[in-house]
Design a protein around this ligand. Structure first.
Ligand code: CUA
Length: 331
């Protein structure tokens, strides 16, 4: 078991909790695992004991001088079945159920009205993330969530078309995103760092390419980040990026994507206002650098099969490079 347990840390492990809710679930998991181990050891002990008993006399493979050993008296056998088959499972399972029910209210704590709310919508196949600002207005981004360390956060989870499941194992349990309703999940990070989330419900072709970066920051740094995200995009710097910005608009990218501060105001695809500052591209499929931007714009369907975005394979290499240079500048 040691090599197995040694592999349980990392950015996407429910057994390496970085949040209050994940810690509760990890504790429950260890109790369940411990209980299962005890029961397994008991069954193995009985099996070992039985295998050590010799066959009753008269069996063909018995040596002729082996002393005959009687079967256990029927009452003892009945008692073993009653205790091992009825009493122990009822007691063990009832205790674990009671413990699980007792933990549940702590997974759904009441939140103060001032608590940070993050709206996450499961799209095919990426995550639309919205931060409603106290001053009014909304910051929208995609496939990346940043959270202030130590503060409880309310997630409002929804989906426009199919069911997804939002899961950041290091922070807490998963919850379904169901079309037509808003599910609420509370997470409270207890450790700063970068974690990985994933879609935990099969939702179509690119379900396995629907990851999410979650970064937990000290509260002051988080506020700074949110302010930066609320700003419109910077104007392009340099001839290449300027050409890229023009090509982006000329190719009609702005019909699906918004870049705040430019005429691009599409609502269907991810908001790209600060796409260059993100930790990954295409929901965790590629790194967010110029090479990856060019590859994704030119060959979206190859990088991410099933993606709704068409591949702009007709663009020249230098045009792709210009668009990529501009996108990378959108810090
Ligand atoms: Cu979204 Cu699976």
């Amino acid at each position: 078991m040691l090599p197995v347990i040694a592999a349980c840390s990392g950015p996407q492990s429910a057994l390496d909790p970085a949040g209050s809710q994940a810690a509760i679930l990890a504790t429950l998991w260890w109790w369940l695992a411990g209980g299962a181990l005890l029961v397994w050891a008991g069954v193995m002990a009985v099996a070992w004991w039985v295998s050590r008993r010799r066959q009753p006399a008269g069996q063909p493979d018995d040596p002729p001088d082996a002393p005959a050993i009687m079967d256990p008296p029927p009452r003892a056998a009945h008692r073993l079945i009653l205790v091992g088959g009825v009493l122990v499972p009822v007691v063990v399972l009832t205790a674990l159920l009671g413990y699980g029910l007792w933990l549940m209210p702590q997974l759904r704590p009441a939140l103060p009205g001032s608590a940070l709310t993050v709206q996450v919508s499961g799209e095919q196949w990426w995550w639309r993330v919205r931060y409603p600002l106290p001053s009014g207005g909304t910051v929208e981004l995609a496939n990346e969530i940043r959270l202030p360390l130590g503060e409880p956060v309310a997630f409002e989870l929804s989906s426009p078309d199919v069911i997804h499941s939002f899961w950041v194992p290091a922070l807490g349990g998963k919850m379904d995103m169901i079309p037509g309703r808003s599910n609420r999940l509370v997470l409270q990070p207890t450790r700063a760092g970068r974690f990985r989330g994933a879609c935990a419900e099969y939702c179509g072709t690119a379900h396995a390419l629907m990851a999410l970066d979650v970064v937990v920051l000290p509260p002051a740094k988080f506020q700074q980040w949110l302010q930066d995200q609320a700003r419109p995009a910077l104007p392009p710097q340099g001839a290449l990026a300027e050409r890229g910005a023009r090509a982006f608009l000329a190719q009609g990218c702005g019909a699906c994507h918004a870049v705040r501060g430019t005429p691009a105001d599409g609502r269907m695809g991810p908001d790209l206002t600060h796409v260059g500052s993100r930790l990954s591209l295409a929901a965790g499929t590629l790194p967010a650098d110029a090479e990856a931007f060019a590859r994704f714009v030119g060959h979206a369907g190859t990088v991410k099969p099933g993606v709704r975005m068409p591949s702009f394979a007709m663009l020249q290499e230098d045009e792709l490079a210009a668009i990529a240079a501009w996108l990378e500048q959108l810090q």
